[in-house]
Design a protein around this ligand. Sequence first.
Ligand SMILES: [Zn+2]
Length: 230
Amino acid sequence: MSKRVFILSGAGLSAESGIRTFRDSDGLWEEYSVEEVCSIGGWERDRDKVTKFYDARRADLKDKKPNRAHKMIAYLKNKFPDNIEVLTQNVDDLLERAGCEDVIHLHGTLTDLRCEDCGNIFKIGYDSQDRSICPRCESDRIRHNVVMFGEAAPEYVHLHRLYNEADMVVVIGTSGYVIDIAYIAQLTDYSILNNLDSDPNIDQYFSKVYTLRATEAIDMIVDDVEEFLE
Ligand SMILES: [Zn+2]
């Protein structure tokens, strides 16, 4: 059996590329509440507001660039395509733009839209959703392709594979509020955590912890993965 390495990333991976999240306290986000724009209830109450929010996120993503950590994850995935699975909570496309293939987006993708009538997922890129219709069924009931609070996350099926198959797990830039990374670490023989902030309640479960920015830790992580797989 070949060894299986799962790389799970979150907001901390894209933070250095300028992608901000609700946990940041600065500017952009003060005009929105998480409840309004990231929950199924908010979507049902005001579809226009939520649509504008994701249009703005898409426009904002357009000129962002993958950083060195995205590029080195792509390097590892290309070097060991059969051993490595790349899972991310991020909805941006910076891993893809760094050349990483087969990225599993646990919370959906900003650069796609979804048809509410037939379920078709189709590319929008960085454009506004304005007047989009489904290329398959021609419905105009179109929504963003990002998982909201209060709805199912179908890609989580891949997390269950991680629980069952991983020989090594590398967690980059996610704190464990949404996905229980301490639990994942306990299931896996060899686990590495890289976050900018330390959290003793979580860190203690990992074999190795890098309390650094993703771009500062990535070379050590590459060495760890190569050593494990070679
Ligand atoms: Zn459709």
